[in-house]
Design a binder for this molecule. Structure first.
Ligand SMILES: [Zn+2]
Length: 451
């Protein structure tokens, strides 16, 4: 009798186990909180929840602080959902919360029957510092006169919690740099008014803190219209054969002259300009230059900045591009002087620009020298204004011996003529620094070395 009882009991246990087993899972849901810092602001953040077994049942996100506890998320799932990504955004007004210490409590429950009917539950508590106040931003400089396609310069102050700030115009961002004044919160920023954007764009000074709170301030400026030239350039079959085919990276067998032209003048140009932007984004945070930039001695300008060129092959217009620099010609293999002091960032071949040198002058400002026959500097070299960096030539996409000279701010080409002009630099850069010096530098400290 006893033996029979044990057998029945064993059968029941095994049977029950077989019945329940598929409903059981041993792993609990996993929660990942994607917070960029422990400072939590109005920037949305993501929570990723994954359950390996039976799927999710419920996810809750609570915010506990001085104000009590508020529910940010309470989400139930139908059967068969194994993962979710939830974007959480705080609305301080709706929640009635202020800044200070708080805690995020994130819980996820799955459909397992391990803990009869309640499932596996994972809870993560994360201490955060609620920061709902955006940076304080003041534009200090005044009188911003900008040429369309030219450069601008601004001095502004942003509160100490700022982690990123600069000038925003259309989709272009130009970072600001600090550390030039006794007052650590004062920033300098050079920016471009790109030649190919509309003449009525808003220029914004923007700042962001660690919690992702944003502040922006409009910049008052006056834009001067600049007439850029348009021209047609006839391309000969011989030019394609002799100049373009040799600089192509891939085999061109079977490609038509038109295809070869577009591969070089269009695709390769884009790739090269992306390299220039990349090099320009590694600029040093200090101003390494002084006074006007130097125009290649004895040179005259043969092609202008932002000339719009329509390329014609066999009477068919096949491409349109802007010429983003000056072409300067003297004599063959003429020694090229560095336009101003800085550090060599690039000294190599660069597609349509041929043998190319790029010099970083700091705070996003970069000069480019193209079509060189020889290069006399290497990456990392410090150069002074007028140091010889190589010789002119016709490497790359060039029809004769000349220097292609470009100046860029954070990878955006700007009118070189302004930087050659002592008066323009004095009126638009130095005077603004000097004004700020009076206000934000103590007497005995060193001012940015400009005169
Ligand atoms: Zn050129």
């Amino acid at each position: 009798m006893r033996r029979f009882f044990y057998i029945v009991l064993l059968v029941l246990i095994i049977g029950g186990f077989i019945y329940v087993y598929p409903e059981i899972e041993w792993s609990s849901p996993e929660i990942q909180v994607k917070l960029e810092s422990e400072n939590l602001g109005t920037r949305p953040f993501d929570i990723e929840v994954v359950d390996q077994g039976k799927g999710l049942k419920n996810v809750t996100v609570l915010l506990a602080g001085d104000h009590g506890e508020s529910i940010l998320v309470n989400k139930n799932y139908p059967e068969g959902v194994n993962g979710d990504k939830i974007t959480v955004k705080l609305d301080p007004k709706k929640l009635g919360i202020k800044g200070g210490a708080a805690e995020l409590k994130i819980s996820a429950e799955d459909r397992s029957r391990l803990k009869i009917f309640s499932g596996n539950k994972t809870t993560i508590n994360k201490k955060v510092n609620l920061d709902l106040v955006p940076p304080k931003l003041d534009v200090i400089s005044t009188e911003h006169y900008i040429n369309h396609g030219g450069s601008g310069f601004v001095v502004y102050k942003s509160s100490p919690d700022t982690v990123k700030s600069g000038v925003l115009i259309a989709d272009y961002f130009f970072p600001g740099y600090k550390g030039n004044f006794t007052d650590e919160d004062v920033y300098l920023a050079f920016f471009a008014y790109p030649h190919d954007i509309e003449p009525d764009e808003n220029i914004q000074i923007v700042a962001q803190d660690q919690a992702g709170n944003h502040k922006s301030a409009g910049l008052f400026y006056r834009l001067r219209d600049v007439n850029y030239r348009k021209s047609d350039i006839n391309i000969s079959e011989r030019f394609v054969e002799n100049v373009m085919v040799p600089i192509m990276e891939e085999d061109d067998t079977g490609a038509s002259h038109k295809e070869i032209f577009l591969k070089v003048n269009n695709e390769m140009r884009k790739k090269n300009d992306a390299t220039i932007k990349e090099v320009g984004s590694n600029s040093k945070g200090e101003m390494m230059w002084q006074g006007a930039f130097h125009q290649l001695s004895n040179s005259k300008v043969e092609a202008n900045f932002a000339d719009e060129r329509t390329y014609i092959l066999n009477e068919e217009p096949i491409d349109k591009q802007y010429h983003l620099g000056y072409d300067l010609a003297v004599t063959k293999r003429y020694p090229i002087e560095a336009a101003n002091s800085g550090v060599v960032m690039y000294a190599d071949e660069l597609g349509i620009y041929g043998n190319t040198v790029m010099i970083d002058h700091g705070m996003g400002l970069l000069t480019l020298y193209g079509h060189m026959s020889s290069i006399d500097v290497k990456v990392g070299d410090t150069v002074q204004k007028n140091d010889i960096i190589g010789r002119t030539g016709q490497t790359g996409l060039a029809a004769g011996d000349h220097l292609h000279y470009g100046i860029y701010i954070n990878g955006v080409a700007v009118r070189p003529i302004e930087w050659w002009d002592e008066k323009w630099i004095r009126d638009n850069v130095i005077s603004k620094i000097n004004e700020a010096n009076g206000e934000f530098n103590s007497q005995d400290s060193e001012t940015p070395s400009q005169n």
